[in-house]
Design a protein around this ligand. Structure first.
Ligand code: FAD
Ligand code: UQ1
Length: 450
C-alpha cells in the first residue's frame, strides 16, 4: 500500500461491499452491476483509469459532481504531457519541456491519485485490479487509457532510434530526434510515414512534413531534398474539403505522395526504409533516406485486449451517442481507447467530456441518457511555421467549423491559436473540466449566417 502511495482514509474511502450491495437501476432497465463477491480494499464512487487528457478532465468533472474524496484517478506516469505540442517540438518551434507538467499538478486537488497501472477489469464485480494484485472497487468506472504505440511491429525498431536521421513526434523519447534529423539534413530523401492502423491525430504524420519543407526552404536546402509521404491510406485526409486544400499544398511544395505504402522495416545502418504495397501483397520497395519521420502502428492497450469491457478489436465498447458502455451501464469510456467512430484527438476528448458529464449525471439519477455526441473532432493542420488549416468535422466526416470563415485556407491566426492559445486552453480549461469543446461558441459565431 505504502509503495503505491495509497493511504485509506475514512470518509474518503468506503468499504465497497457495504455500498455495492445498494444496487441501483437506470432508465434503460438494465440494472447496474451492484453486487460484489470480492471485497476490494479500496472503494470510490468514481474510478477513472488513465490520467491523460480524458482521465484528468473527467476526474475534474466528477469531483464537482460527487466530491473530491469520492473520486480516484489511476495513472502510473509521474509526468503529464500535452502531446499536441510535439508537432511543434519536432519542428523546432517549441521546447519539449513546455509540453510537460508533473502529474501531481494536474490531478484535481483532493482527488486520490493511485500511482499504479490497471492490470485487469472485472466489471461483473465492479472492481479493477492494479499492481500487486490489489483490487479497487467502484460504483462508476470511466476508462481513459489512450492508445498504445507499437513501434516494435516494424522490423528494426526500437533499436533503430539509436541511430541518427530517424525521429518520431509520437513519443516523448523520440520527438527531439525529429528536430535533430531536420537540422542535420544534407541531401537526399526526406520520408514521412503513416501506418496501416488507427492512429491518434491523423494529421500529425503530415504536419511535420510541411514544417520540414518550410525549414529546409528557409535554410536554402530544399533543392537538395526529395520529399516523400508514404501513407498506408488511400487518401490524403478523410474530409474532402481539407483533402482538396492539402493536395494543392502538396503540389505547390513539390511533395511526392505514395498511397497504400506501409513501412515494414528500417535498416538504420544503411539508411534504408522498406515499404510494402498494400494493394499488391508481397511487393516491397526499398527507399534510401536522409531523414525518416516514423508514425508508429498503434492499437488498444494490452489490458483492454480480450477484456470484458472491450470489443473484439480491443477498444472500449461504448455507445457512440452517450459514451456509456454497451454492456455495463456503470462503465464509460472517453478518448483514444474507445471504439467511437471518429478521429482520435484531444479536441474530440473535449467535446466527449461534456457529453459524458451529462450522461453520467443522468445515470446517477437513474434516468436514461439523452446526451448525444456528434463525433466532433478537430485537427489543426500545421502547414508551415505560421500557417494552419483548422480542420473540424463530425461522425459523417462533414466540416463542423467554429469560425464563420473558410477554415480550409492556411491562416496565421489559426497557427497563433494552435501554438499559443491551445496549450492554455488545455492546461487551464480542459483539464479542469471547464472546456467541453467549441460547440456552444460555434452557434454564437454563426449567428445571422447560414
Ligand atoms: P492520453 O492523453 O494518451 O492518456 C492516456 C493515459 O492512460 C496516459 O496517461 C497513460 O499513461 C495512461 N495509461 C495507459 N495504460 C494504462 C494502464 N494500464 N493503467 C493506468 N493508466 C494507463 N489532438 C488534438 O486535439 N489536436 C492536435 O493538434 C493534436 N496533435 C497531436 C500531435 C501528436 C504528435 C500526438 C502524439 C497527439 C496529438 N493529438 C492532438 C492527440 C491527443 O494528444 C490525444 O488524442 C489525446 O491525448 C487523447 O487523450 P486520452 O486521454 O484518450 O489519451
Ligand atoms: C480543442 O478543443 C482542443 O482541445 C483542447 C485541441 O487540442 C489541443 C485542439 O487542437 C482544438 C483545435 C480544439 C478546438 C478548439 C477551438 C477553439 C476550435
Amino acid at each position: 500500500m505504502a509503495l503505491l502511495g495509497i493511504v485509506p482514509c475514512a470518509g474518503h474511502v468506503h468499504q465497497c461491499a457495504q455500498i455495492l450491495r445498494a444496487g441501483v437501476s437506470i432508465g434503460t432497465n438494465r440494472s447496474l452491476h451492484m453486487t460484489n463477491r470480492y471485497a476490494a480494499k479500496e472503494y470510490y464512487d468514481v474510478v477513472v483509469v488513465g490520467g491523460g487528457a480524458g482521465g484528468i478532465t473527467m476526474g475534474a468533472r466528477m469531483k464537482r459532481k460527487v466530491g473530491a474524496g469520492k473520486v480516484a484517478i489511476i495513472e502510473p506516469s509521474e509526468t503529464h504531457y500535452y502531446q499536441p505540442m510535439w508537432t511543434l517540438v519536432g519542428g523546432g518551434a517549441k521546447k519539449l519541456a513546455s509540453s510537460a507538467r508533473p502529474t501531481a499538478s494536474v490531478i484535481p486537488s483532493g482527488v486520490k491519485w493511485i500511482k499504479s497501472e490497471v492490470k485487469s477489469f472485472d466489471p461483473d464485480n465492479n472492481s479493477i485490479q492494479i499492481d500487486d494484485k490489489e483490487k479497487i472497487g467502484y460504483k462508476y468506472l470511466i476508462i481513459a487509457l489512450g492508445i498504445k504505440l507499437q513501434f516494435e511491429k516494424v522490423k528494426g525498431f526500437p533499436e533503430a532510434f539509436k541511430y541518427p536521421k530517424i525521429g518520431s513526434n509520437y513519443s516523448v523519447m523520440t520527438v527531439e530526434k525529429t528536430w535533430k534529423a531536420l537540422q542535420d539534413f544534407k541531401k537526399g530523401n526526406a520520408i514521412f510515414t503513416f501506418p496501416n492502423t488507427p492512429v491518434k491525430c491523423a494529421g500529425a504524420p503530415q504536419k511535420i512534413m510541411y514544417l520540414a519543407d518550410a525549414y529546409l526552404r528557409k535554410n536554402g536546402k530544399r533543392s537538395d531534398a526529395n520529399f516523400i509521404f508514404n501513407t498506408s491510406l488511400g487518401v490524403i485526409f478523410g474530409v474532402k474539403k481539407y483533402a482538396d486544400a492539402l493536395l494543392q499544398i502538396i503540389k505547390e511544395r513539390d511533395i511526392n505522395v505514395n498511397y497504400r505504402h506501409n513501412l515494414i522495416e528500417v535498416r538504420p545502418d544503411k539508411q534504408e526504409a522498406v515499404f510494402e504495397n498494400l494493394d499488391k501483397p508481397g511487393e516491397t520497395k526499398v527507399y534510401q533516406y536522409e531523414m525518416l519521420h516514423v508514425t508508429p502502428p498503434m492499437g488498444p492497450q494490452d489490458v483492454l485486449v480480450n477484456s470484458p469491457v472491450a470489443d473484439a478489436a480491443g477498444w472500449v465498447d461504448v455507445d457512440k451517442d452517450t459514451l456509456q458502455h454497451k454492456k455495463y451501464p456503470n462503465v464509460f469510456g472517453i478518448g483514444d481507447c474507445t471504439n467511437l467512430p471518429t478521429s482520435k484527438t484531444a479536441a474530440a476528448v473535449a467535446a466527449q467530456s461534456a457529453v459524458l458529464d451529462k450522461t453520467i449525471s443522468l445515470v446517477m439519477k437513474n434516468q436514461t441518457s439523452t446526451a448525444k455526441y456528434d463525433g466532433y473532432t478537430s485537427c489543426p493542420l500545421v502547414t508551415g511555421y505560421n500557417k494552419v488549416i483548422l480542420a473540424e468535422f463530425d461522425y459523417n466526416q462533414q466540416p463542423l467549423e467554429t469560425f464563420p470563415i473558410d477554415q480550409s485556407k492556411e491562416r496565421w491566426t489559426m497557427y497563433y491559436m494552435k501554438a499559443n492559445m491551445m496549450p492554455f486552453l488545455y492546461w487551464h480549461l480542459l483539464l479542469t473540466g471547464y472546456w467541453g469543446g467549441p460547440g456552444p461558441y460555434r452557434k454564437i459565431m454563426h449567428l445571422g449566417l447560414k
